[in-house]
Design a protein around this ligand. Structure first.
Ligand code: SIN
Ligand code: MN
Length: 200
């Protein structure tokens, strides 16, 4: 494990060993059985390139009326509980006295990416966002507190954990691309990213 800091984001390279990664993938699969992955529509009317679901008291959803947290999956069911091994990661790295209320699970297929954005739908920015990478490598880009300007990128690989908090809590970030098939953690390729958040 190696810890580095890039523009205020704390990056734990290789924090999770392969047994833990596999346990997390299995846990995500269980969540997706109860609360299926869906392709959200952006408020601009274009479907997002990632497929997603959530666990916890709240899930993150998007449709024509905007981005928001919701207590129910778009199909109507409550979200499953956040799996215990995911909570453990939060407890290990977040430095937070509260339990996460949302674990957003994003699946990146071959051509998926995520544009530069801030995570700003939460009620209290003093709590960090903790991000867990599983499966294929992803080129993660970190910008600034305002849109635009110079950026720096880093490849995130399976088992890496990023803490986006403190002065960098509202820093713009995104995923330019994945290296499809670079990891064997997901049998059919692709990448899973879990983000943990205190919502209220
Ligand atoms: C996100 O910003 O929500 C996802 C980041 C990632 O996929 O690494
Ligand atoms: Mn984000």
């Amino acid at each position: 494990m190696e810890k580095l800091t890039l523009r205020g984001f704390e990056i734990y390279k290789g924090l999770l060993n392969s047994a833990t990664q596999q346990q997390l993938v299995d846990a995500v699969r269980e969540v997706a059985k109860a609360a299926p992955l869906f392709s959200p529509m952006t408020p601009y009317g274009k479907p997002m390139r990632v497929r997603m679901t959530s666990a916890g008291d709240f899930g993150w959803v998007s449709d024509r009326s905007g981005y928001r947290y919701s207590r129910a999956h778009p199909d109507g069911m409550a979200w499953p509980a956040i799996p215990a091994p995911v909570i453990k990661i939060w407890n290990d790295v977040s430095g937070s006295d509260r339990t996460p209320e949302c674990c957003l699970m994003n699946f990146y297929g071959e051509d998926a990416k995520m544009g530069m954005h801030q995570d700003r739908d939460e009620g209290d920015f003093s709590y960090p966002v903790v991000s867990v990478s599983l499966g294929d490598d992803a080129l993660f880009r970190i910008g600034n507190l305002e849109r635009g300007g110079k950026t720096e990128s880093i490849w995130l690989t399976s088992g890496d954990v990023v803490v986006m908090g403190g002065d960098a809590r509202l820093t713009y970030h995104g995923v330019d691309k994945i290296r499809f098939g670079s990891s064997r953690v997901l049998a059919k390729g692709g990448r899973l990213n879990l983000t943990l958040r205190v919502v209220t």
